[in-house]
Design a binder for this molecule. Structure first.
Ligand code: ADP
Ligand code: ADP
Length: 217
């Protein structure tokens, strides 16, 4: 499902964010990505999402070699991926419903089917009944759930989350982890980063540990 084959990423300016990384994540697996700030976690997730390109090596996602795809083909790959990234901001001038609807608008869904999907996603994350609420009225944990609903509303095969629990109290952070687990349980391939490894320990899942762009043992 996700395969890195000797992948390196050097940013303009000469920073080697990832150095010769190889690993495989099978379809339906839930894997954690650990490491301090600057270790390369976001970069790895951006390569999977096709937001950044590898400088060397091959990135395979869903059977496609992203390193060889043309930029114009990337949107098709992204349709199978859900992203919970910090720079994917909530639009505060729109309702909860409209925020979650956005990805379906882009794909061009039938309105009724889109509404059904949005309600199912909000229900799944525990925000049923808040469709018309202004996002600013939601708690921090609820806003994160909104971001997760928006990431899964198009039923992606792969769900990528970059430090989804970063600004939450521990109890809320663990709730968010449970939510990701529930998507894993219905077959979604899940890759989640966090700098706090204690959040991952109870899950008995594989942990990829990054340190300065390489795997630490
Ligand atoms: P993490 O998510 O683990 O905090 P990142 O992948 O964000 O790590 O960063 C890895 C390294 O790459 C850091 O040294 C960071 O400063 C650098 N970096 C990240 N993004 C860019 C960029 N767009 N341009 C230049 N350097 C970057
Ligand atoms: P269906 O079309 O099967 O009724 P829904 O769109 O109502 O599916 O979604 C069913 C639930 O599964 C929703 O809560 C949805 O968030 C969740 N889900 C999200 N992504 C996936 C996925 N890739 N595979 C399976 N279930 C998913």
């Amino acid at each position: 499902m996700i395969q890195f084959d000797q992948v390196s990423k050097r940013y303009p300016g000469g920073i080697d964010a990832l150095k010769n990384l190889s690993f495989t994540i099978a379809a339906g697996e839930m894997v954690f990505l650990a490491g301090h700030s600057g270790a390369g976690k976001s970069t790895l997730l951006k390569l999977v999402a096709g937001i950044e390109r590898a400088t060397a090596g091959n990135v395979l996602v869903n059977g496609q070699n992203l390193s060889k795809l043309r930029a114009s083909q990337l949107p098709y790959v992204r349709q199978h991926i859900g992203l919970v990234f910090q720079d994917h901001k909530i639009l505060y001038d729109r309702s909860v419903l409209d925020n979650v609807m956005m990805p379906l608008d882009i794909i061009g869904y039938d309105r009724r089917e889109a509404l059904r999907r949005v309600r199912a996603a909000l229900d799944k994350v525990g925000l049923a009944g808040k469709e018309k609420t202004a996002p600013i009225r939601l708690s921090g944990g609820e806003q994160q759930r909104l971001c997760i609903a928006r990431a899964v509303v198009h039923r992606p095969a792969i769900l990528l989350a970059d430090e989804p629990s970063a600004n939450l109290d521990r109890a809320y952070a663990l709730d968010i982890m449970e939510l990701f687990k529930s998507f894993h349980q219905v077959g979604v391939t899940v890759l989640i980063s966090a700098h706090d490894e204690t959040l991952m320990e109870d899950y008995g899942r594989r942990i990829l540990r990054l340190r300065e762009g390489q795997f630490a043992s």
